[in-house]
Design a protein around this ligand. Sequence first.
Ligand code: GUN
Length: 292
Amino acid sequence: MTLTKILSGKDVCKSVYTSLEERIKRLKAKRIVPGLAVILVGEDPASQVYVRSKSRRFERLSLYSETFAMPGTTSEKEILRKIRKLNMDDRFHGILVQLPLPKHINEDAVLREVSPLKDVDGFHPENIGRLAVGNPRFIPCTPKGIMRILEFYDIDLSGKHVVIIGRSNIVGRPLSLLTSQKKPLSNATTTICHSKTPDIRYFTKQADVVIAAIGVTQFVDETYIKPGAILIDVGINQIPDDSEKKYRLVGDVHYDRINGIASAVTPVPGGVGPMTIAMLVENTVESAEARL
Ligand code: GUN
């Protein structure tokens, strides 16, 4: 039986924050405090948790962040007006619109309104286009964090078959661009599986690296992988248990079933999750440095 190595995102985060400290100091010496504006529309509990952990991290690093909470009934026009105001506000180097937005809001229109120069989530079509042609400005935080974990643990994707389950604009789609790009440590042959793929196992069983980003609790088990595969778990799902909180977090990978079969796996919690926030900070610092 192989020992399945745990690819801790927390350890990667530590090194990211250590190198950011120096850059933040340099900016502050020039009287620039990296600032992030977060727009949160509605009362989605998961979004509230994410937004709170983002602002706590900015606070811990003595960076500036402000959350603009708007009721779920806010019109699209009002959101667009708010974004235009923030685009002109020099305190903010980054603007993040927390997704999902309420159903009556056109998400595309909102993401297009964010200045591409402040789009630290990398969701503006201009920034996605730049990523697609190999000249990225801001790289979406979760995919960037996953690439950073692989780099930290010396996992070179070159010539490997990467299978991504999930085609979202937040994770799967940009990750397919990053893993297959013509750059050191990338150069993978990448396959995207999704809800209309008839036999996902057919692809994942051939994969050297499986990236699970579907939001289905413990979806990937031993029947999906070949021995020695590397698994990246992007899922954050709650399952009931008898702890004080009444639930625990599990990923899209069934850890107990793949343990001893996969060669490495990112844990949940403590894997990809903390990397997303670290990359958000990094993108905001990058944006502030563009002002130097
Ligand atoms: N909702 C889930 N993930 C994300 C993310 O990375 N950024 C934003 N803005 N919203 C999200």
